[in-house]
Design a protein around this ligand. Structure first.
Ligand SMILES: [Zn+2]
Length: 330
């Protein structure tokens, strides 16, 4: 990667931005591109007034302005991304303080895109808000008004759950039926819904995932994943190199490791599918197709295998019609 300095710098800057380290990111971007510094300060006078972004919990000296970003870095839209991430961090800060409103507002604004992705985020957030109000002032610390406690939760449900009725009717019924057990929730069949010890962390991570995916980014920082996976592979690499040195042999495969690296499930990606029939890698024009029996073939193989509209699965006794096979998106 030594020849790809720009890409590596971009990965580092992106990592810092998505971690909310805006001050560090801006210094890094500036120092990684010292040649543009003079040009950026000379054009500063003609720049429009700076937009100042700060996290609510950062001191003023960590504030950055668009003048901090060298102009040649607009290539990767660091300023725009920075603003987006600042928005994300302000919502996450509110979530940490048990305030769901900004997150619900964001989910509502983006509900069309979220629904298209099959995300339940908006409902998850509203459900948690219901439970949070239900717990009452002693737990949630909100003023003891008619908008809090069981009454407040019911009011919230009436105002907000209507839009989810089609997709989440059963869960809404369970939430509202729990009212009956209000004096003895812990021993009721509904105790699990009302145990919210992990719920805020869970909605925070689904929020981060959805937010990044709407930006076209992965939920985890690619740099974090690459470095962690590399660190996990390192002991085996050291061992392997040691053995090879002792045997005086050399590593000949250029692009792959000669051993398996045990990675956690969260780091396993299946972006590649090799058709078991044609032995070829699937592509956008020849995508993998899943048959109702659960076996997967490349589209071309399936059509070659099918006699007309019917096919016989090469891996199990089941038969069916080609149009029941579904395309898999990796
Ligand atoms: Zn099959």
């Amino acid at each position: 990667m030594a020849s790809q300095t720009a890409l590596i710098n971009r990965a580092i800057a992106m990592h810092l931005l998505r971690e909310g380290q805006f001050g560090v990111a801006s210094t890094f971007i500036r120092e990684a591109h010292p040649q543009s510094e003079t040009s950026s300060s000379s054009t500063q006078a003609q720049r429009p007034p700076s937009i100042t972004i700060s996290r609510p919990d950062t001191p003023p000296d960590a504030m950055i302005t668009d003048a901090d970003i060298p102009s040649d870095l607009t290539a990767f839209q660091s300023q725009a991304l920075q603003e987006k991430f600042a928005g994300m961090y302000s919502i996450l800060t509110s979530l940490r303080q048990r305030d769901l409103h900004p997150a619900i507002g964001w989910a509502r604004e983006n509900s069309t895109e979220l629904e298209a992705r099959g995300s339940n985020l908006e409902f998850e957030l509203c459900r948690l808000q219901f439970v949070w109000l239900f717990k009452g002032p002693l737990v949630n610390g909100l003023p003891a008004t008619e908008d809090n406690g069981v009454q407040g939760a019911l009011k919230y449900a009436q105002a907000n759950f209507g839009r989810f009725q089609q997709r989440h009717l059963r869960e809404i019924q369970r939430l509202t039926c729990a009212m009956v057990y209000v004096s003895n929730l812990a021993e009721s069949p509904y105790s699990t819904i009302f145990d919210i010890s992990l719920a805020f962390d869970e909605v925070a991570s689904s929020f981060t995932r959805e937010f990044c995916s709407l930006l076209g980014l992965s939920a985890e920082s690619p740099l974090y994943v690459a470095v962690t996976a590399g660190a996990l592979a390192l002991p085996n690499l050291v061992k392997w190199t040691g053995i090879n040195k002792a045997k005086n042999t050399e590593w000949t495969t250029q692009n792959e490791l000669a051993f398996e690296t045990p990675l956690p499930k969260s780091m396993l990606y299946h972006s590649i599918f090799v058709c078991p029939v044609s032995r070829g890698q699937t592509t956008d024009t020849n995508p993998p197709m899943i048959l109702p029996c659960g076996h997967v073939l490349a589209n071309e193989s399936l059509h070659k295998l099918a006699k007309g509209i019917r096919y016989k699965c090469p891996y199990c006794p089941s038969e069916g019609v080609v149009k029941d096979a579904k395309k898999i998106i990796l």
